[in-house]
Design a protein around this ligand. Structure first.
Ligand SMILES: Cc1cc2nc3c(=O)[nH]c(=O)nc-3n(C[C@H](O)[C@H](O)[C@H](O)COP(=O)(O)O)c2cc1C
Length: 178
């Protein structure tokens, strides 16, 4: 039976490099019999964690927005893809906003396989350790998480530049093997 995959994109640039990579991964994954939901965080109403700890006391977040539905979807999936553009050598703030909000129910996001996908202008992947590290630190907080591939599409700045990157074909193969 195919896996249920949630592909979370934090790039606000629709049709941009993350988006194009997502479509390739999804094409491969669907051809192999998996189902994939593509989630654009930029379209969601998502407030910042207030750090009030009400969720720790009462089990519910005080903020009424789209995050509770996103968490339901994360909890239901077999595989979660975290895709972020590199902003100042970190994940972007949209992805971090979601990660912080998982505090309400992060202990229910159990036994998921994780893929980590980043896009960046810089050529050399060695500068992206500080982007991957906090993504991995997050998933290490989730019970039973299974880290899978880390994919960096580097040397790409303009919208669509990833079409000329070898990663564009590689990610299709990775999607096929999920
Ligand atoms: C606010 C901002 C900060 C950025 N900071 C970096 C950076 O620190 N290192 C880097 O290599 N690229 C940086 N970039 C370039 C993007 O990572 C790059 O254009 C990427 O291809 C965007 O992916 P997307 O099309 O999926 O949004 C930055 C872009 C923006 C808009």
């Amino acid at each position: 039976m195919g896996k249920d995959i949630l592909y979370i994109i934090s790039s606000p640039r629709k049709g941009g490099n993350s988006d194009l990579l997502a479509d390739q991964f999804i094409k491969g994954a669907e051809e192999s019999g998996n189902t994939v939901d593509k989630l654009y965080l930029v379209d969601k109403n998502m407030g910042y964690c207030r750090g009030c700890m009400e969720c720790v006391k009462n089990g519910e977040c005080i903020i009424d927005d789209d995050v509770s539905k996103i968490l339901d979807r994360m909890i239901a999936s077999d595989v979660i893809v975290l895709s972020t553009p590199v902003y100042f050598f970190s994940m972007n703030s949209i992805m971090k906003t979601l990660i912080d909000r998982t505090i309400t129910r992060y202990d229910e996001i159990t036994n998921k396989e994780f893929y980590y996908i980043v896009t960046a202008s810089i050529e050399d992947e060695k500068y992206l350790k500080n982007t991957f590290r906090p993504l991995r630190a997050f998933t290490d907080c989730l019970p039973g998480s299974i880290p899978k591939d880390k994919i960096a599409a580097t040397g790409i700045t303009e919208k669509g530049a990833v079409l000329n990157s070898p990663v564009y074909d590689e990610i299709y193969e990775i999607g096929k093997k999920v």
